[in-house]
Design a protein around this ligand. Structure first.
Ligand code: 7TS
Length: 426
């Protein structure tokens, strides 16, 4: 029986929130950090959402509630607090399952984030099944988290790493993809939405083609799930990964989705508590899915906080998220295009809310620092996608990345600060 005391704060609130039309100011009021001041009296204009999102009050309250009322270890206590913690943790898994459109909770592994999820697949699935001469296919626009783990497993197994090139708009060259895809291709691992360019890749087409040659497909969804509804069964992805902190949740938690039969066939990654069935000094048998892949005490509060974040995203609604971000992207692109000597990197036909750019003769770090003095939070650097920078022959870009809680005023303040920085630096 659920008593009122057991309710997580997001559920109490859910009971009284009536979904209404998209009211940006009311939404912004839910995010305390959007009202923070920096450099004295400058209110933060947060345009670094691809690095991490801000957190709504309900997520912060949920973490607080868990540590205040339910804190205990999961899966091992007969006592009430442990049962409450286990209930909340496993319920969060159910929310992730629904969020991704998975068939079963057994297919949802909690990880530290996208990076850990990809490493698990590379080291457990990849290292077990790859043979010398097999090929792993990734793309030119991958985050380092979807490059380095494959290089490591390549070195361990003798497999080869192949790369799908892109054009100067930041679109994958699909003709080259089809040429690279052969019977030797065993794993295709690609980014759903590029963090450095904003490109939305044709995921379904890539997955279907990869399945045509018998390859297994991992999709790095770190930049997709904050902006669009994802359905892993519709996509037919074999593995799908994301990080909670980019979609309103806490850091240190994320998820790996894997098709059940694949996860069943894949050996565990780490050994320890929770992932075992029976242990003797001679041998160990492993726990059922998903626990087989969750050795040790997990980030319990983080998972519950992610559940609250998912509930919040559902209340906003992905139609609203997509509409708001598309409007801001269009507006931002137009305003930036008016600036002399400014080049936008990433102009794909299908694009998410990322504006990566440079201004002739100015180092992006200088732009970023001066804009910060005005309260504008952008990202400067290679965005952990150095091959993208190499493609364009540049060391870095300045990147403004959007979320549904940004508004037109944010874009105006950003562009105004950019003009000021250019005047100072030219
Ligand atoms: N994949 C993509 C596409 C990403 O954008 C990121 C993080 C990761 C993987 C790694 O995620 P993590 O949560 O495991 O660290 N991207 C960025 C970024 O664009 N700026 O900072 C982090």
């Amino acid at each position: 029986m659920t008593v009122a005391h057991d309710l997580q704060p997001e559920e109490k609130k859910q009971a009284i929130v009536v979904p209404g039309p998209f009211d940006i100011e009311r939404i912004r009021a839910d995010f305390p950090t959007l009202h923070e001041k920096v450099h004295g009296d400058k209110t933060v204009v947060y345009l670094d959402n691809a690095a991490t999102s801000q957190k709504p009050r309900i997520v912060i309250d949920t973490l607080n509630h868990y540590y205040t009322h339910d804190n205990s270890n999961v899966h091992r206590g007969v006592h009430s607090l442990s049962q409450r913690a286990t209930f909340a943790y496993e319920r969060a898994r159910g929310k992730v399952k629904n969020f991704l459109g998975a068939e079963s909770e057994k297919e949802i592994i909690f990880t530290r984030g996208t990076t850990e999820a990809i490493n698990i697949v590379a080291q457990s699935y990849g290292r077990t099944f790859l043979r010398e001469g097999d090929e792993i296919l990734i793309s030119e626009m991958e985050h380092h988290a979807n490059i380095v783990p494959w290089q490591m497993v390549r070195n361990q197994t003798g497999a080869k790493l192949r790369v799908i090139p892109m054009n100067d708009r930041g679109e994958l060259l699909m003709e080259d993809f089809y040429k690279l895809l052969t019977k030797r291709t065993k794993i295709v691992s690609f980014v759903h939405v590029s963090n450095a360019l904003g490109t939305i890749n044709p995921a379904k087409e890539i997955i279907d083609a990869a399945h045509g040659v018998g390859a297994v497909v991992l999709v790095d969804g770190a930049q997709a799930v904050p902006h669009t509804r994802v359905d892993v069964r519709e996509l037919d992805a074999d593995f799908y990964t994301f990080s909670a902190h980019k979609v309103l949740g806490p850091t240190g938690i994320g998820a790996l989705y894997g098709k059940r039969d694949l996860l069943e066939r894949t050996p565990p990654w780490q050994g320890g508590g929770d992932m075992i069935d029976r242990v003797t000094f001679e041998e160990t048998t492993y726990n059922d899915l998903p626990h087989k892949f969750e050795a040790g005490t997990p980030h319990i509060a983080g998972a519950i906080g992610l559940g609250a974040a998912i509930d919040y995203m559902h209340r906003i609604g992905f139609e609203n998220v997509e509409q708001q971000e598309a409007n801001l992207l269009l507006y931002g692109t137009e305003r930036l295009s008016e600036i002399e000597g400014l080049r936008i990197y990433g102009t794909a036909a299908d694009k998410a809310g990322v504006l990566s750019f440079n201004v002739d003769g100015i180092h992006p770090h200088d732009l970023g620092s001066i804009m910060d003095m005005e309260g504008i939070a952008t990202r400067v650097g290679h965005h952990c996608a150095q091959p993208v920078m190499q493609h364009f022959g540049i060391p870095a870009t300045c990147r403004a990345s959007l979320a549904f809680y940004n508004n037109t005023e944010d874009m105006d303040l950003f562009v105004q600060a950019l003009y000021k920085a250019i005047r100072m630096l030219k």
